[in-house]
Design a protein around this ligand. Sequence first.
Ligand SMILES: [Zn+2]
Length: 260
Amino acid sequence: MFTLAVLACTLGGLAVGSFLNVVIYRVPSGRSIVAPGSTCPSCATPISPQDNIPVLSWIVLRGRCRHCRAPISARYPAVELLTAVLFALTAVRLGATWSLPAELAFVAGLIALAAVDFERYLLPRAILYPTLVLVGAGLLLAAGATGRWTRLGVAGVCGAGAFAVFLAIHLARPRWLGFGDVRLAGLLGLGLGWMGPWYLFIGFMVANLLGAGVGIGLMAAGRASRSTPLPYGVFLGAGSIVALLAADPIIHWYSQTLVR
Ligand SMILES: [Zn+2]
């Protein structure tokens, strides 16, 4: 059952990654993710199903359009691979449990949000709200099936708490933190809060360490100044996924080595 779940999540991750590419490419410009079907951005020729197989088609076509030979960004197979790997790791971490679908939706939403934030400094509501609904519905299902309503309550409180803290920072220093990050904090609170409040804490810690590390690195390389904006959503997404997958070993290591 465990092996089956991991395998299904890996293959499902490739397909979901392919869908996320459409979301990342179309949602910020307000276009439909359903119609029309995918076309080559260069010559607008519709992409046939056999040229639309995640990762494989890109390799077979050597990263070029079959018709006009225009290069196709490596971002597409990269997002598909990343989604497949993170889905597989989430399945390994959670096993075939009732909360697996909710956390997979959480991971998928974070990948799309982080990618759009990275490219455009935007966290679109059109991605965030559907993710919130899917994660919420998934957790409701998990609580109903397992009777763990307290855990759902903790997740709700974590979501509301993270939203409130970020809202306070946003109101005090609007230039530090956009309102998109405030909404995102609510989603992180819900998705990580279900695992436990410590997950949320570790997620924010890792996000801020990553952000500080990248900021200092860019400044040292002369590629950024103190006022260069960084897409905080990317770090929040990455930190949350690290927490989801690795908070348990981190907490264990901490309690073993530092707290005596
Ligand atoms: Zn083309």
